[in-house]
Write a protein that binds this ligand. Structure first.
Ligand SMILES: [Cu+2]
Length: 495
């Protein structure tokens, strides 16, 4: 153990000592493909008719993020043009761990004016994204699409990317300090409330609310907005950097098929994606194919992606594609415009509040290519824990710090993580460097979706399984930015 630990530490020390290192030797083969230069920089957008200075990741021609193809190398030269350090994580990809872009875990941050290089093969396609994993930069919209095209993208099919984001004119450090100041609330988890007493929340609980007086109401599917959703009061919700007051209008062909690639790059906000009169087929989640599920409304929590195939009717019309904030009426979205038709303004509030996100859809998802059947070699119990007093979030009661030992894993193992949410808020849990399969929801085994981010609602228990086939030191954390920063973060190690 000692030697393994010291090997990791010396690897980390090497990273710290050489901040400008090139992470991988460029592939010797000549067809490795060109290097894409991505620049992390400040940019301006307009929100609620006011200028806003945010961050972004763009190519030299202004294209945000990266569009590439399966089978190619991911060859990126990343320039930090900010006046602060940064590091970018390739969310959903399976790079060598030193190229995963998590500050302090996989690499040191890139200093202002410096750069880093990345080079690894892309063995699968889908809808992914890139975002800062340094401090609270994600709240400043430091995110971009990362699309890997593959055989599923029909050649005649138009692709529409919708990136959702929550926006505030208040600097993220102030938002975080404000959350911490709200420390008058009692503990989040009433002493007697357990997963069992909370287990009925997706349907209204028969015996009422077991929470202490003063704690937030329990989220109930279909009910009014529970106050323990949406900690942060945002100034705007954006789809492709715009609000519904001035939405992006995307021209589509009447009668055609369109692939929507929805990316929830929000720091703290989950939505119900609403196709209105259109009917869609959900074909992939987090970039990975599922058996298609038809519908008009699909939940999407923070960091998740939805690939939805829709058929545009032949008649000329404007079709809003909306994202309604979980538990509230506020909404954002884009307009798909088929042919010549009037575009009427869509209000920024939905007629009725949406419900809290549940696992109802997750239960119906089945991977197109599930993990092979196998008994788990190792099972880790992962309790999601926290105290609203002081805004403290933790895993197994431990607030993340550099001395927290990683969860041990050995190469080649089938690993199961049993995620038990002991708090009264939902947590979208993200595992780096692997795709996992959802294999159990509240005690029922299933061959669920293969994905990289899973919602664990309050009081719920979800089991995910993965094969330990990408050795390294990997982050595993809640993707709500302020929960992650407050300590709901841990690591997994096998090197
Ligand atoms: Cu969380």
């Amino acid at each position: 153990m000692l030697s393994r630990r010291s090997a990791v530490l010396s690897a980390l020390a090497a990273c710290v000592a050489a901040p400008h290192r090139i992470w991988a030797q460029p592939a010797a083969s000549e067809d490795a493909g060109p290097v894409t230069v991505l620049r992390v920089e400040r940019r301006s957008i307009e929100v609620n008719k006011k200028p806003a200075s945010v961050l972004g990741i763009r190519q030299a021609d202004g294209t945000p993020g990266l569009f590439t193809e399966v089978g190619k190398q991911f060859r990126v030269h990343l320039d930090n043009a900010l006046d602060v350090p940064t590091l970018i994580h390739w969310h959903g990809l399976m790079p060598p761990w030193q190229q995963d872009g998590v500050s302090g875990i996989s690499a040191p941050p890139i200093p202002p004016g410096a750069s880093a290089d990345y080079d690894f093969p892309l063995s699968f396609g889908g809808t992914y994204w890139m975002h800062s994993h340094q401090g609270l930069q994600e709240q400043e919209l430091l995110a971009a699409p990362l699309i890997i095209r593959d055989g599923r993208d029909l050649p005649d099919q138009q692709e529409v990317i919708i990136m959702l984001a929550d926006f505030s004119f208040t600097p993220p450090e102030e938002i975080f300090a404000g959350l911490r100041r709200q420390s008058a609330k009692p503990d989040m988890m009433p002493a007697k409330a357990s997963a069992d007493t909370m287990g009925g929340m997706e349907q209204p609980p028969a015996n009422g609310n077991s929470a202490k007086p003063g704690t937030a109401a329990m989220p109930v599917g279909g009910g009014p907005a529970p106050p323990d959703l949406n900690d942060v009061k945002y100034d705007a919700f954006l789809a492709n950097n715009r609000t519904l007051a001035d939405p992006e209008v995307i021209q589509v062909e009447p009668g055609s098929t369109v692939l929507l690639r929805i990316i929830n790059s929000s720091s703290m906000s989950a939505y119900h994606l609403d196709l209105g009169a259109l009917r869609g087929k959900l074909v992939a989640v987090d970039g990975v194919r599922i058996h298609p599920v038809a519908g008009r409304r699909f939940p999407i929590t923070v960091a998740q992606r939805l690939d939805i195939r829709i058929r545009i009717p032949r008649a000329p019309a404007a079709h809003p594609v909306l994202a309604i904030l979980e538990g509230e009426r506020r909404q954002t979205g884009v307009i798909l415009l088929a042919g010549h038709a009037p575009v009427t303004r869509v209000p920024e509030t939905a007629p009725i509040p949406s419900a809290a996100l549940t696992l109802d859809l997750e239960r119906r998802l089945h991977a197109a290519e599930p993990l092979g059947p196998r008994k788990a070699d190792r099972i880790h119990q992962v309790e999601l824990t926290g105290k609203m007093a002081g805004y403290i979030w933790s895993i197994n009661g431990v607030v993340w710090n550099k001395d927290v030992p990683p969860l041990p894993v050995s190469k080649g193992e089938r690993v199961e993580l049993v995620l038990n949410n002991k708090t009264l808020m939902s947590h979208p849990m993200h595992l780096h460097g692997h795709q996992f399969q959802v294999v159990e929801i509240n005690g029922r085994r299933l061959s669920g979706a293969v994905r990289d981010t899973i919602l664990v609602p309050p009081g719920k228990r979800v089991v995910i399984a993965f094969d330990a086939n990408n050795p390294g030191l990997w982050a595993f954390h809640c993707h709500l930015l302020y929960h992650q920063d407050a300590g709901m973060f841990t690591t997994l190690r096998y090197i």
